[in-house]
Design a protein around this ligand. Structure first.
Ligand code: G4P
Length: 191
């Protein structure tokens, strides 16, 4: 999605530690017109996937997943993050380590919202080391649901999570892949 690259170049801010700040349109303030376009782009990419449900993780994945859900006429389920490991039996849960924030969260989904009949499209805002997507894939496996694809709004190609998941055979699409980020320049992968 060239538009995502243009948006990043126009509004993204490069922070130390390989962090790209996109709070003006994706993470804190939401550009709703742009968000609608993102949803339509995801719908186009996955129109033949057979997805029956979209799965994301709170917080910043939710608006993107909902926008895709509108465009695809699909329900959206979001995994909740929980610091405690005291999870009741009616939930699927897995531990996700965040490299960016240096913490761990239990990621939980109530069992009744994903079943072995579901074909799941996983959507998130950032794909960096791939921990969040891996956790969501694990939850789908616990439920016996099929993962038909994963879509990130922005992938940080230099952190390799996306490429590792591709090597495992998953269909991973990203609307923009940042392969290199210096203090002053962002280089995108040709797709
Ligand atoms: P991973 O899931 O791909 O392994 O990524 P990582 O652990 O490194 O990222 C953890 C959190 O940091 C995620 O948000 C992810 O979206 C966010 N993140 C990673 N890299 C960047 C970046 O360059 N810029 C921004 N803005 N965010 C980044 P989260 O903890 O789930 O937070 P939120 O969804 O509640 O906002």
């Amino acid at each position: 999605m060239k538009k995502m690259e243009e948006k990043i170049l126009a509004e993204g801010k490069i922070l130390p530690g390989g962090v790209l700040k996109v709070g003006s349109f994706l993470n804190q303030q939401i550009d709703t017109v742009f968000m609608r376009e993102i949803g339509e782009e995801i719908a186009e990419l996955f129109k033949d996937s057979g997805a029956t449900k979209i799965l994301t993780i709170e917080a910043s994945g939710i608006p993107i997943a909902v926008s895709a859900g509108f465009a695809m006429n699909l329900p959206v389920v979001y995994a909740k993050k929980n610091k405690s490991s005291n999870i009741s039996g009616d939930c699927y849960s897995t531990l996700v380590h965040s490299f960016t924030h240096g913490n761990k969260n239990n990621v939980i989904v109530t069992k009744e919202y994903i079943s072995s009949d579901d074909k799941i499209l996983i959507v998130d805002d950032f794909l960096a080391h791939g921990s969040a997507l891996t956790g969501l894939i694990e939850i789908c496996e616990m439920a016996g649901a099929e993962v038909v694809g994963c879509c990130a709004a922005i992938e940080k190609g230099f952190q390799l999570g996306g490429d590792r998941l591709r090597e495992q055979g998953y269909r991973i699409e990203s609307l923009a892949i940042v392969d290199e980020m210096t203090d002053t320049e962002i280089i995108f992968r040709e797709q």
